[in-house]
Design a protein around this ligand. Structure first.
Ligand code: LLP
Length: 435
């Protein structure tokens, strides 16, 4: 439990505000973020890299709400975007285009034009074909595109295979062995300007070793380039620092930065990092209400009003999120109303039962947590913890479910930062087919 979400008089609070009050006011499901957690996380990054020229480019995909982008922009952050949509969000939130890096394997010509018009810091280019397209698009606009190659260092990030990106077999980055030739080519193209080199090996890393291994490979390549007279202004070491969901022990921001800075101590290039999850993951929870308790033959189900469309991580990666009651019951609380009759009980353990916490979506994969011990009754509120990163940003409208509301808390102040979607908004763009 973090300082930002803690029990006060058995009531789970976001900073100083009871989550039950937020649920009452804004309904459920609802994402709730701590402004202080976000701010503290960013400041830790700034502090950790303070010794040298650096830019913290928040990976927008982790959570792209304008209020979050706005606060980070105010703190001086840059941004890592992977689409024209994310770039437009950053600009709408007051982010500086000159601090934006544009990553991703499939940038369209339209997205390149948008970014060139805005005047972004750098394109992180991931293939020869993209390099050629960028040169062409920049040329057609009479502009020079700043470029960094995203190199695939072939380092095992030791994380979930779906979020591991730095192995040879992954679709990401330019093969290490081809990078030098591609840099030579880039240096000769008229509408490109080589400014940097980057890598990103994966997400939710819990050790510093793979980061260091990747950085060393980037440095070796940068040395080879320098020997050919191609000098770089920045080195972008990507994102990926993990957080604690359960019992993981990822390095602190300070230890992560310290390890990178030690590796880079003899270099003068500006350092860019692209943290996403570590800035917002533990700054947010998903608030949900128990609709029904259902005691099956083998399992007990807590059917809640949030589902895989709201938080896809458990269904997609088998990810584990702590699930906490919003009102902590006294140990001797009478649960008799909610318990099934004797003989129907399954997995009874004291006052609580072991539940499958599931949503209403028609898929067996629609679960938020397996085998959770909870003392709950119908109508209770639960908080799915560590949901600030890749929660709302990966949500969908599957089963025609409007997306959740989002709320930001700072101290005792609460603000709605995204209205709950309406069903009407869901089909507003659809038309009846007439013959
Ligand atoms: N930079 C690039 C180029 C990336 O692809 C990513 C994440 C980041 C930075 C930020 O990584 P972070 O610091 O957040 O680990 N949906 C998955 C995570 C996918 C990460 C994709 N790339 C999840 O829910 O675990």
């Amino acid at each position: 439990m973090s300082d930002y979400f803690s029990y006060q008089n058995n009531r789970l609070c976001a900073e100083q505000v009871p989550l039950a009050e937020i649920a009452q006011r804004f309904g459920t499901p609802c994402y709730v973020y701590s402004h202080t957690a976000l701010t503290d996380g960013y400041r830790q990054f700034e502090f950790a890299f303070a010794g040298r020229e650096h830019l913290i480019c928040y990976a927008v995909k982790a959570n792209s709400n304008l209020a979050i982008l706005h606060q980070l922009a105010r703190l001086g952050a840059g941004f890592d975007v992977v689409s024209g949509g994310e770039l437009q969000r950053v600009l709408a939130a007051g982010g500086a285009a000159g601090k934006v890096v544009f990553s991703g394997v499939g940038k369209t010509a339209t997205e390149m034009r948008l970014a060139l018009d805005a005047g972004i810091l750098c394109f992180n280019v991931e293939s020869e074909a993209e390099l050629l397209r960028l040169n062409e698009v920049a040329g057609s606009m009479g502009k020079i595109a700043p470029l960094s190659l995203r190199v695939n260092p072939d380092v095992d990030a030791k994380t979930h295979p779906y979020i591991s990106t730095g192995l040879r077999q992954n679709k990401f980055g330019v093969a290490y062995t081809e990078a030098l030739a591609l840099y030579r080519k880039a240096a000769e193209l008229p509408y490109l300007r080589v400014t940097g080199m980057g890598c990103h090996i994966g997400s939710q890393l819990t050790e510093t070793g793979p980061f260091i291994a990747a950085a060393e490979k980037v440095l070796a390549l940068a040395d080879m380039l320098a020997a050919e007279g191609i000098t770089l202004e920045h080195l972008d070491l990507g994102g990926g620092l993990g957080i604690r969901y359960n019992d993981e022990t990822p390095p602190s921001i300070a230890d992560y930065a310290g390890a990178l800075l030690t590796t880079l101590r003899l270099r003068s290039e500006k350092i860019i990092v692209e943290p996403g999850r570590v800035l917002v993951g533990n700054a947010g929870v998903l608030l949900t209400r128990v609709e029904y308790l259902k005691h099956g033959e083998e399992k007990n189900f807590a059917i809640v009003d949030a589902a895989m469309n709201d938080l896809m991580r458990p269904a997609l990666y088998d990810a584990w999120h702590r699930i906490q009651p919003v009102q902590r019951k006294q140990l001797a609380s009478p649960l008799s109303n909610s318990l099934p009759q004797a003989g129907e009980r399954t997995n009874v353990k004291g006052d609580s039962l072991i539940y499958e916490v599931v949503g209403p979506v028609c898929e067996t994969g629609d679960f938020l947590g397996h085998a959770r011990e909870l003392a709950i009754t119908q109508g209770d509120l639960l908080a799915v913890m560590s949901a600030g990163a890749y929660g709302m940003s990966m949500s969908s409208n599957y089963n025609s479910r409007p997306r959740a509301a989002e709320v930001m808390v700072s101290g005792a102040t609460v603000q709605l930062i995204r209205e709950r979607e309406t069903v009407h908004q869901l089909f507003a763009g659809e038309k009846t087919f007439l013959l």
